[in-house]
Design a protein around this ligand. Structure first.
Ligand SMILES: [Zn+2]
Length: 316
């Protein structure tokens, strides 16, 4: 244990310390800015080799963790920019990625195209994440993992659990020695589920959550929140409720007929807080579109000539 490492529950935990020992070989590494986007938390596994899960804590923190613990292996949970962000800093280390991660992870414009749905929007996205957040593409991995693999690395037994819906290559992990369930972007924050990419799928996301929350664990660690001691069942319940809250938000917007573009311009999710308005517009559009397709399937909203409107007399 070094001066930067603190027991997570210890009252002596330094306010400046961002690495907290959890149990066994597992450490929580808080991302800058409270782990909020564009940062994310990391998890450090220490043993005969040191392993870092995700690379979005911020460049200074990443350099500090590496200075103290010399990272041997970087594990990427999925290819979102807040998770791959500064992975290039560890480019000469062993790199593990999900089997499902496409090669576009090694080209920022191609990655943008995957996330935004067109080449042009992909270019804008790439400019946005590189200029604003310092994101760079990763190199291709040395090794891939898949659902059910148990990675015996860093003194840990890390079971890979595929959790699509948020993104096709989204993974959670159960660390068996400490009972730590890493829920990644089932992030248990009040924002709720993020489904802003073409490949995101609300129903699939829900199924993944139900599967993950059924696993035995002693604590929860998400990518954007401080660790939660205990099974934390209620956090999953709250997160699941947010699907309904988001859906209701979109339903209420359809009280007067509106096109998808008009709805996106109203920015119900981001409330016009993103700097690059076109990126914000496309995120909004995609998330609204996912909810509209559920609402139409349930008969709560109908579409005519590109206009969406609430169906009278249908209770939510
Ligand atoms: Zn993500």
């Amino acid at each position: 244990m070094c001066y930067m490492t603190r027991d997570f529950n210890s009252k002596t935990r330094s306010l400046r310390g961002f690495i907290a020992h959890i149990e066994e070989s597992v450490h929580f590494v808080a991302g800058e800015g409270g782990g909020k986007f564009p940062a994310s938390n990391s998890f450090l596994l220490t043993g005969s080799e040191n392993v870092l899960i995700d690379a979005g804590i911020g460049l200074e923190r990443l350099a500090e963790v590496d200075r103290i613990h010399r990272i041997d292996v970087l594990v990427i949970t999925h290819s979102h920019p807040d998770h791959i962000r500064h992975g290039y800093y560890l480019a000469d280390r062993h790199l593990l990625m999900p089997r499902e991660t496409p090669e576009s992870v090694s080209d920022l414009v191609m990655l943008g195209e995957r996330f935004m749905g067109s080449r042009q929007a992909g270019c804008e996205w790439a400019k946005f994440v590189s200029e604003e957040f310092g994101v760079r593409a990763l190199r291709l991995p040395d090794q891939r993992f898949k659902a059910g693999d148990v990675l015996e690395i860093g003194g840990a037994r890390l079971e890979a659990i595929h959790a699509p819906g948020h993104l096709n290559d989204h993974y959670c992990f159960l660390e068996h020695n400490s009972g730590t369930l890493i829920t990644t972007d089932i992030d248990l924050t009040s924002f709720g589920p993020w489904c802003g990419n073409p490949e995101s799928d609300l129903e699939l996301f829900k199924d993944s959550i139900l599967r993950i929350m059924s696993l035995d664990r002693r604590r929860l660690c998400s990518s954007h929140k401080a660790p939660i001691t205990g099974a934390g069942h209620e956090w999953f319940e709250k997160f699941l409720e947010a699907f309904e809250r988001q859906k209701k938000l979109i339903l209420d917007l359809c009280v007067a007929p509106a096109t998808l573009d008009e709805l996106a311009l109203r920015s119900p999710f981001y409330r016009n807080t993103l700097k690059y308005k076109n990126v914000q517009f496309l995120f909004e559009r995609q998330m609204i579109s996912k909810h509209l397709s559920v609402l139409c399937k349930e008969g709560l909203v109908a579409e005519k000539n590109g206009y969406y409107y609430r169906v009278e007399g249908k209770a939510f």
